[in-house]
Design a protein around this ligand. Structure first.
Ligand code: AMP
Length: 213
């Protein structure tokens, strides 16, 4: 099963992708996570990407296309994968087309998660990662903003550099202008399921699962 998950930053793609990857035992490929890992390891691509990511811009299509190709080439892509964060530009769609053709992937599922801008801004600016157990939380949803509800660690939350309000608005502008045309591109070729992302995590998962049957 090959799933391509679309949606604005903060809409819950990462959360859903993790759940689906466990449910179907398929690899979760998040281009944002791959880049953040490269940044933390100080690789050449990480050093090149860091500044671009921190200001909320998109990393070059060539770099991203190369990373996705390399990731798929080094895994059992036939078993399945869930791609989160790629393609984000029409140029990346063309790279994806050539990857589909090379790997003989003919029937991927396309899922678009949608939510209003204000919901997304609120989610992103309140989003934190626990540095101990790596769970993602929303400060509005947990009883104590200093304590991780998953592992109990105190003062372990980290905010992503690109989750401050100004950068979030920039990322949403780029999504609207550059990434939304990607949906039209695919709607002309495949079925794209459009789902409401403001339901609870469980309901959104159940709605995605219905589309995958
Ligand atoms: P994400 O975690 O998906 O929100 O991605 C974080 C940042 O990584 C984005 O704001 C971009 O700077 C960069 N990034 C991730 N995926 C892509 C992509 N497909 N194309 C260009 N930049 C990307």
């Amino acid at each position: 099963m090959q799933i391509i998950l679309f949606g604005a930053p903060g809409v819950g793609k990462g959360t859903q992708a993790k759940i689906l990857s466990q449910k179907y035992n398929i690899k979760h490929i998040s281009t944002g996570d791959i880049l953040r890992d490269s940044v933390s390891r100080g690789t050449k691509s990480g050093i090149a990407a860091k500044e671009v990511m921190d200001r909320g811009d998109l990393v070059s299509d060539d770099l991203m296309g190369g990373l996705v190709k390399e990731t798929l080439a080094n895994m059992d892509y036939k078993t399945g994968f869930i791609l989160d964060g790629f393609p984000r530009t029409i140029e990346q769609c063309k790279i994806m087309d050539s990857i589909f053709a090379d790997l003989n992937i003919t029937n991927p599922f396309f899922i678009l998660l949608k939510a209003d801008t204000e919901v997304i801004v609120n989610r992103l600016t309140q989003r934190r990662f626990c540095s101990k157990c790596e769970i993602i939380v929303n400060l509005n949803d947990i009883p104590n903003v200093n304590t991780c509800p998953n592992c109990g660690a105190v003062n372990s939350f980290i905010e992503r550099m690109d989750d401050n309000a100004e950068v979030v608005r920039k990322r949403l502008g780029i999504y609207r202008d550059t990434t939304l045309p990607v949906i039209d591109y695919y709607q002309n070729k495949y079925k794209v399921a459009i789902l409401n992302a403001t339901d609870s995590v469980e309901v959104v998962t159940a709605n995605i699962v219905k589309e995958l049957i």
